[in-house]
Design a protein around this ligand. Sequence first.
Ligand SMILES: O[C@H]1[C@H](O)[C@@H](O)[C@H](O)[C@@H](O)[C@H]1O
Length: 522
Amino acid sequence: MNSAEDSEEPLISRLPSPSPSGDEDNHDADSDSANASPTLFIYLLTFSAGISGLLFGCVISSTLVSLGTALSPPHSPRPLTSAEKSIITSSTSLFALLVSPFSSVLADALGRKRVILAADVLFAVGAVAQACSGTVWAMVLGRSVVGLAVGAASFVVPLYVAELAPAPFRGRLVTMNVVFITLGQVVAYVVGWGLGQLGEEGTAWRWMVGLGALPAVVQGLVVLAIPETPRFLVMVGRVAEARRVVEKVLGGKEGRGEVDATVKGIEMEVREEAEARRLRRVSGVERDGWMGSVDELLGVRRNRRALVIACLLQGLQQLCGFNSLMYFSATIFTMLGFPIPTLTSLVVAVTNFVFTLAALFLIDRIGRRRILLWSIPFMIAGLLLAAYGFSFIKLSSTDSTRDSTSPAQGAAVMILVSIMVYVAGYALGLGNVPWMQSELFALNVRSLGSGISTATNWGANFVIGLTFLLLMDALTPSWTFVLYAAICATGYGLVWKFYPETAGLSLEEAAGLLEDENWGVR
Ligand SMILES: O[C@H]1[C@H](O)[C@@H](O)[C@H](O)[C@@H](O)[C@H]1O
């Protein structure tokens, strides 16, 4: 295009990008760049930001506490009804869904760091409110505040990491946040199981919930010391500061030229976007202020494509049904007659964690698109096998006891193994790739676009949490799993048709890919 863009070349040319067609030469080149390692500085930043993932994981598991009769009046103690449990669980996703698009506006106005800080404050307040709650509505209030925190953090942390990470490691570093989420889920299961052993009454659960405030406070303090992203700094005109951050991120391994090229590349994108926006405003195509960003997101072709792909991936991540297992696997394993269902369902969380760790090492070598196309078929196979296994078992989802026609043990084991295959496939691809969403968007709409696709994630999460047990009753477990398999198969087709490979590209290049007539998919 112009000389400024040429100056970005050295950075990009040393970071070979995998071909969507998957040819081997490119693959080897990817391995080379993926074998190099990020600087200690960027690891520290990713770890600091990842504490939010840990909190996210604990919150989303919702198995953290069994509340017993603690939220009913002392004179007429009773356990929670199913409706109360659903409201308590879904209030978190609902508030996360509502807040994510708005926190994106804040991330552009105040910076990525301040939104992480605000989320920490909300986490801490919500944790303490839950610990002190004496009624269902007080608990719902606490969970809603935590929902605001998790909604903001789940969008801003991957954005923060993606904007700081050098292109060859971006996938790995964003996936590190998902590793924290899945670790948080394992912790939540173990704690839930431990509390179950202690018995349901007493104040232990209050301590556990309240102590959730501690990591949030630690992260809040750490965040004060970490830098803003260079892309945000350039956007608000603090170029010298952006340069210092890029220098530290590249760790002096790269010459001055590389730092210059990176900062110039960002500056150029900011300038080009500002000019394009000015022209659209002059010609009356676009409004001022926040609505202007919405116009830009929906009115510019490449932005619209980015939004469709990001929402597709986030929707698919939830509609494939994975979190039904997170929320209800103990119920499922009770139905199947496993002796310690909470421990069996820990298998789901641990499989998810272990295969997310594997994804960490594979994602930049294999590429986002390719890893999805390889892993979704395993999810489909796992779901269909589980559906077949369920066809041997006659139980209603609300009946948590085994009936006289006790399920064939073989079928139960088969269901457990197929669920593990499904979870492994999920963790390798769909569990983490959608969180790379920010790399699809151009800088000026990156925050808003990521916020809206995060809201899609929480919206679909809300629907899945609310409908799983109803579907199990209405359709039978077998057909519910077939339905999820059909959703995965449709998702596979859409990914194949519309999702281009973005591994190894600079953020500016990745966003530019969608200018292509073929949606960047060759
Ligand atoms: O990326 C995460 C991860 O895969 C979790 O295991 C899942 O519970 C979340 O919904 C998802 O967003």
